[in-house]
Ligand binder design. Sequence first.
Ligand code: GTP
Ligand code: MG
Length: 180
Amino acid sequence: MKRDVRILLLGEARVGKTSLIMALVGEEFPDEVPARAEEITIPADVTPERVPTHIVDTSEVEQTEDEIRDEIVKANVVCIVYDVSESSTIEKISSKWIPLVNGHVERSSRLPIILVGNKSDLQCGSSMESILPIMNQFSEIETCVECSAKNLKNISEVFYYAQKAVLHPTAPLYDPEEKQ
Ligand code: GTP
Ligand code: MG
């Protein structure tokens, strides 16, 4: 059984990574946020899976590539956050963020990824049409969820899914790519 869970938030600037963390902790939408939130630890007894959970923010404004790489290596699960109203932040999931994550983990130790579509308050439709092909392409993506830090919608779900991906992984027993 895992002793604790380390959740890392990655994604383009301004998608709302810091706001999501502050909304979870403060239970309200923060009008102003620093570039990077302090690492927070949620005690075991208030998490759904009863495991101490660390939530780690990143910011390309404040951190070097090396610092972000070090955080990827330490993480148990990565949330790649995008803005549902900005298609460029969706394109970067497969062109930039997934390769970055995969480039820093050993082939044998799979690092689960959750796709998090923030700012659902800004759109009427759904980003799933653009997200599904990405999910089909990368088996390390455990699930996807749309949320809004502003409306406090699905915030705790994001972190619950991340925790669950570590504690109850649904990795395929057999990876067809390894057979080639
Ligand atoms: P960097 O630290 O620069 O990488 O950005 P970030 O991903 O941490 O984004 P941040 O939390 O700083 O939010 C960027 C802007 O988006 C801020 O003006 C937030 O108020 C706004 N924002 C964050 N979440 C939401 C949301 O759910 N809905 C709306 N409408 N705006 C949001
Ligand atoms: Mg930030």
